[in-house]
Design a protein around this ligand. Sequence first.
Ligand SMILES: [Zn+2]
Length: 157
Amino acid sequence: MKVKPYPHKCPNCRAQALLPAIEDTTVERLHDGQFYTVTVHNLEVSRCTACSEGTISYDSSGRIDDALRVAAGILMPAEIVAARLRLGVTPDEIAGQLGVHEAVYARWEDGGQLQSRAFDKLLRLYFANPESFRHNVAWPHVAASATLAESPRLLDL
Ligand SMILES: [Zn+2]
């Protein structure tokens, strides 16, 4: 892909004055119903010399997502992949156990989406003991197509 030479056109003031810059950047991000203020040092941004508006590139937004993962205390994509490979299971297998769509799980691994804190806890539970997870947590999903009377019951109602 051909990259146009700087300065680029500013999306804010339309001046041809957008230049690359390396800055410590603090942003507020919403994740899973909660706001987090995250700071990333030496982030590649674009800064307009006319109106001083800053723009964060797509590449740099990945570093902000990682900082957000740290702030929210959820697993990094690489940690999810490593834990899955350690267990020798496929992405689709875990998605099925958690009851989440395969495409959603795939985005947790490739970094395109941040898992909720609740799903993060389920991931950790699964990785810690997949057999126990299958037995104690995953079975209601497996039995979802069965009739109520045939389903295993946790409580004797
Ligand atoms: Zn501008």
